[in-house]
Design a protein around this ligand. Structure first.
Ligand code: SAM
Length: 264
């Protein structure tokens, strides 16, 4: 199998356990939808939608929403989340690098901590912009490399490097790189910051929860517990030391970047 395809295949398996983390991304979804200025009647695409927290938030405002994700287990949960709220959302299993929608089909394209996991940023972004109407809004939330989640991804990648050709997800949290990637395709780029507060009794308590649900950690723990338990213990020690820097009042502070721009 092509290395990028087998990378995506592994992603699909690793993200299958993400559903409990929707409680953490739910408040962030409201922030993204608000900052993207989503309105009733708009056609909105939520890429890498997971359990549909952004999709449901936008649909409750009256938008016509399409949610797309690689992982069928999460789409199943997304369906349940939409049904609970009596919402009709169009769910698609698919890859953000190869969208099955026509050109200029949407008024807004959103991604919350999602397209950053596509191995080739330029391919994912080109697809997100292709399906967006001129004058439409692209908006996404991403993890800065210098803050907790970005540093945690770098730590994880140090133990379990991605295959060649896979861009590090936290690059999407650097406004200079984001500006460069968006290039001349958009105008009015706006950057903003927001905070995700994650509850935990200790850094290790937070890690234990993340190890069971966050894709890259699920994979690392599965691989190292079989191949090198000593290395896994060292990873856990380093993770807890990093998390301790952001731990106060039983919360881990996870600041992130929100980008919004208008397609030319
Ligand atoms: C951190 S979760 C975010 C989920 C959701 N947006 C949220 O905020 O709760 C990352 C999501 O990206 C999806 N994903 C990863 N690579 C993808 C790809 N190439 N195409 C589509 N979805 C992908 C995963 O299946 C997972 O649902």
């Amino acid at each position: 199998m092509d290395p990028l395809e087998s990378f995506k295949d592994a992603q699909k398996k690793n993200w299958a356990h993400f559903a409990p983390l929707e409680m953490q991304t739910t408040p962030c979804a409201a922030q993204l939808v608000k900052r993207a200025g989503i309105r009733s009647g708009q056609n909105v695409l939520d890429v890498c939608c997971g359990t549909g927290v952004v999709s449901v938030t936008a649909a409750l405002l009256g938008a016509n929403v399409t949610g797309l994700d690689l992982t069928p287990e999460l789409l199943q949960r997304a369906r349940e989340n939409a049904n609970m709220a009596n919402l009709k959302i169009d769910w698609h299993e698919g890859d953000v690098e190869k969208l099955s929608f026509g050109d200029a089909a949407f008024d807004a394209v959103l991604s919350q901590f999602g397209h950053i996991f596509a191995p080739r940023p330029e391919v994912a972004l080109a697809e997100m912009l292709r399906v967006l109407k001129p004058g439409g809004t692209i908006a996404f939330s991403t993890w800065p490399p210098e803050l907790f989640v970005g540093r945690m991804f770098a730590l994880t990648a140090g133990y379990l490097p991605a295959p060649p050709g896979v861009a590090p997800p936290p690059q999407w949290g650097d406004p200079n790189i984001v500006r460069q990637r968006l290039g001349g395709a958009v105008k009015d780029i706006l950057f903003d910051r927001a905070t995700m507060l994650v509850f935990g009794l200790s850094p290790a308590h937070h890690r234990a929860f993340s190890e069971r649900s966050a894709g890259p950690l699920v994979r690392l723990v599965a691989e190292l517990s079989a191949s090198d338990p000593g290395k896994l213990a060292e990873f856990r020690r380093q993770y807890d030391a990093l998390a301790a820097e952001y731990f106060e009042d039983n919360t881990i502070r996870q600041d992130y970047l929100i980008t919004r721009a208008t397609k030319l």
